[in-house]
Design a protein around this ligand. Structure first.
Ligand code: NAD
Length: 371
């Protein structure tokens, strides 16, 4: 169960439980670190088998957001929230508005967004009750769907990896094995196709496969298991986490692992093995940060231009991580953490803690009914 010892050891500042029996709301918000600004991270809805499982998940995910927002250069801390429930049965307007009104009581220390099983409609209900939510529809002054920006960032990460391995960033003539033809995977497939890459892909969903084929002409479909055996330059996991594991690592025939999925390494030691095998791993939480970069600028007034420029910085940041990895002789996953921790430490030294007040981040372009 949750304990102060656990919170101290992982560095969490605050964990809040929201309950509203009138609409069956059971939500947990974890604010990990607000050194860099208000904690930003999505809300996930999941039918957790136990409260313990939900707590473990929210603590892990919120810490991950601190690292992601730090390494991405955002002036935002790390947080995350989970709603315990079955998204197919338990969603209602009342539940999300109740959740939104609870978030409002945090006074801007936590800003939420979409995560697994949370859609645009749910975000709109939350936005009815609080301004402390991003990923709001464009019609309401928000930034809309983040997937194209996530895909663009992953593409920049792939270009940086190609530069490191081949001395040339171009994807022209390169072979990519893309796993997961969903929202991000399809946009990434389009960018790869436009750049002249040869794309092999897989998915478990027939509809998504058909949509991908239409968007990415000449892409070749392979079996769900076969994707690990495709001789390629880049293996791009864009479906699930932990696909670099004991069962797959000896099958991979790529020079680079770079994709959108979170937590691609089943365990950190798989990052060490990739390094020993001479396969370059592009840091997942850096190269998939395009989505969070995109929503982060809703505070100051979103524009496609600004979002695009921000996302393009992923190329240089990825090169910086590769350099740290080489200079310090450490694996890439560790080098990414080093960069994130160095920024946090430096800013902690020059500022007091508890910088999370939203007032300085209020923005004029977007108003909900509370103004
Ligand atoms: P999505 O649900 O739209 O797409 C995932 C796709 O993977 C689906 O088409 C699904 O059918 C497929 N899939 C599931 N299991 C599979 C399997 N075993 N083999 C092959 N395909 C399988 O999700 P998305 O928004 O495209 O996100 C993709 C990944 O990137 C996720 O891991 C997500 O957490 C991560 N991510 C997404 C964003 C974003 O902006 N959407 C941002 C950061 C990270």
């Amino acid at each position: 169960m949750i304990s102060f010892e656990k919170l101290y050891s992982e560095g969490h500042e605050e964990v809040v439980f929201f309950s509203d029996p009138t609409c069956n709301l059971k939500a947990i918000v974890a604010i990990h670190d607000t050194t860099l600004g208000p904690a930003l991270g999505g809300t996930r809805m999941w039918p957790y088998a136990s409260e313990e499982e939900a707590i473990t998940d929210v603590l892990r995910l919120s810490k991950g957001m601190t690292y992601k927002n730090s390494v991405s250069g955002l002036n935002l801390g790390g947080g995350k929230a989970v709603i315990i429930g079955d998204p197919k049965k338990d969603k209602s307007e009342a539940l999300f508005r109740s959740y939104g009104s609870f978030l409002e009581t945090l006074n801007g220390r936590y800003i939420t967004a979409e995560d697994v099983n949370i859609g645009v409609e749910d975000i709109e209900h939350i936005f009815t009750e609080t301004n402390n939510v991003v990923g709001v529809a464009k019609t309401h002054g928000g930034s809309g769907n983040p997937s194209p920006y996530t895909a663009r960032g992953v593409f920049r990460g792939i270009e940086a990896s190609l530069t490191k391995v081949f001395g040339d960033r171009s994807v022209k003539g390169k072979v990519v094995a893309l796993q997961g033809a969903g929202c991000v995977g399809t946009h990434l497939g389009e960018l790869l196709y436009e750049g002249g890459a040869k794309v092999y892909f897989t998915d478990i969903n027939e509809e998504n496969i058909a949509r991908f084929k239409e968007a990415v002409p000449h892409a070749e479909l392979v079996g769900v298991e076969e994707i690990y055996d495709v001789p390629c330059d880049v293996y791009a996991p864009c479906a699930l986490g932990a696909t670099v594991n004991d069962n797959t690592i000896d099958r991979l025939k790529c020079k680079i692992v770079a994709g959108a999925a979170n937590n691609q390494l089943a365990e950190k030691r798989h990052g060490d093995i990739l390094r020993e095998k001479g396969m370059l791993y592009a840091p997942d939480y850096l190269i998939n940060a395009g989505g969070v970069m995109n929503v982060s600028i809703e505070f100051e007034g979103w524009s496609d231009d600004k979002a695009t420029r921000m996302v393009d910085t992923i190329f240089d940041k990825t090169m910086e991580v590769f350099k740290i990895s080489e200079d310090q002789n450490i694996p890439v996953y560790r080098a990414t953490d080093v960069l994130a921790e160095a920024r946090l430490e430096a800013i902690k030294k020059i500022q007091g803690r508890f910088m999370g007040d939203m007032k300085s981040h209020r923005f004029p372009g977007r108003k909900n009914r509370r103004g």
